[in-house]
Ligand binder design. Sequence first.
Ligand SMILES: [Mn+2]
Length: 367
Amino acid sequence: MNISFVHTGDVHIGMKFVKGEMSGELGNEKRRDIMDTFLKVIDRCDKKNIDFLFIAGDLFEDEVCSIADLKIINDRFKQLKKTKVIMITGNHDFLNEKSLYKLIDWNENVYLLDNKMIEKISFKEENIDIWGMSWYEKEKGKENFKNISLDHDKYNVLLLHGDVFDKNSRYFPINKKDIQDLGFDYIGLGHIHKPQHISENIVYPGSPEPLDFGELGDHGIIEGKIWGNNLDTKFIPISKRKYHIVNIEINQKMSYNDVMSRLLDIASETIKQKDFFRIIIKGFIDRDLKDKIKEMEFILNEKFYFIEIIDKTKPDYDLDKLLIENENNIIGEFIKEMINQGSDNEIINRSLYLGLEELLREKVSLN
Ligand SMILES: [Mn+2]
């Protein structure tokens, strides 16, 4: 028989966005996006008749998530015709007596692994053992997995919330080889928000909706199938929005309109209206335009769902002034020589600016 599953985690429902522009309505919308995307994951499981939904910890932010949010989720779980939901907790929603998990009367198709030791839940009909371990504190040390012995006449899945990259992590360091050697058909991990395969059958699905500019690119879920000795996994992008960091190189010859159209050209209208953009502008800029960059950000706010501009430009050089100041030294000689060669030529002009940058830096350090 086939087992189909969806694997997610690190949803962080309820997360508060308090920084800068994100603190207002945009922050509230972000919280709704996270919820909407998770409900979409549940609906997808239902539509596709998935056997199991694995949630590998950090479903919500314990301190700020509301019971109402969890009731909405539990109601949606109830609508699942076939899917069973298996959850472990992570460092943001660890279990204790006061945990929100304990305040919800979870539906009968929802299974929370609530045991300080590694434990398994067996499903006879599907012939599968699902092993896992929940968190009970903010931090968690290494585990030896000695209590695990698998029944290889069944399918075996392991769910863990921890860090396979940093062996000194305070957040449950996991040695990849230790878990690989246990013989599971699939190991579903949580904690790292960037989706990635650690090996063919050890997978971080990442956060389904990215949380900030540290979480670029596609975000989604893992959809998988186990049959016989085979495993098939697929990453399905599902996030409502994405984060982008874009570098733009400008030069001192560009006008206000030139710079504006470069900024407007970075994506299609639909994507600009949907995603989060951080644009880093580099290069030399017309001295008189330097102060206009803040204004550009303000104007572009109309055209983008979210845009922030990081200004790393340098004002271009006032060559006449520099010539006067450096009449009798190598800097003055260099400027004269380049102008003679024709600074309208783009390559010569670029060399002039790069050379000047170098010479002026040396001059500063000599002083
Ligand atoms: Mn997380």
